[in-house]
Write a protein that binds this ligand. Sequence first.
Ligand code: PMP
Length: 365
Amino acid sequence: MAPVDLVRPEIRAERAYRVPTTIEATAKVDQNESPYDLPEAIKRQALDAFAAAPWNRYPDDRPHRLVRALEAKEGLPEGSVIVGRGSNELSHTLALCFLGPGTPVVLPSPMFALYASVARMHGADVIDVPAGPNLRHDADAILRAAQRADAPLTIVTTPNNPTGQTIDHGDLLRLAAGVPGILVIDEAYHEFLDGPTATDVLRAHDNVLVLRTFSKAFGLAGVRLGVLLGHPELIAEMEKSRLPFLVGRLGEEIGLAILDHPGLVAERVDVLKAERATLEASIGALEGVEILPGAANFFLVRTPLAPAELQRRMAERGVLIRDVSGYAALSSRDGTPGWVRVSVGSPEENEATRRAFSEVMGEAS
Ligand code: PMP
């Protein structure tokens, strides 16, 4: 048997998650990142603290100071937080804790593709609950599917990637109360929403876990920090599955530094939301272009061009957008082309994006 044949079939069946990370673009609006890097002074603060710590010694088995700071920020009791290397990493923790061969897991679609991939790699039985034509997830359908399958795990995302659509707070509460197992609420983009967060749902229901990330509104995608919130009893069990020393001292210092500057994050979120509205309006006003406004830092666009062709023509103009038509609900069908996703960049990037769309649509008409 060849060595590759020894890799478990569940892994071999998957496609590797690869995104071309071309940074040299006029507008890099394909990964829902923040266009804003940390100010030099805040970087310095974290680097100085890191430089002063011993590099030859292991860090804490878990980054206690960052964990405490996050618990304080959320108003949650001690033991409510696991920090990982990005929330991507924490999706493996979830799978390790709740999924095994044949375990039913409810994953509404379209949804951030990693969840289904990780679930399949653990041999779990993915139960799809497709969104309606408006691409919003239907809480009643999710609830019915979870109850019918007696699913130990149900995952929802709000605002959802790649659609930018939300699930109402009342529906989250209903889901938490009604699912037969754990409800994970991925809130990677919650900073872009007003109103109560899933922390309130978690307070009211002990079967809820909330996933957060430093990669989006905090602008720290390159650092890799993700957060899982839950009730201390559940978190204590899940802690056993987490690899020790996962977040090093540097990541912890950077996380602490940004938490020291909530005003900066809030200000940037406001700018991004205002830019999003302007960009959605200007692109949506172009002849033949349809947009689906988003509640996070991105939105969907479709034009008469096939998504791959649109992506190519935009890239020729230095604008990187994401073809998301690989998701069934966003694919080309019934003669209607599929969707692309556009993240909100800096004002300069947004102007370049608007101009490129305008040129491409001029060419296409
Ligand atoms: N959840 C959602 C909904 C996302 O869109 C992303 C990033 N694209 C992640 C989780 C992962 O974020 P990270 O691993 O950078 O924390």
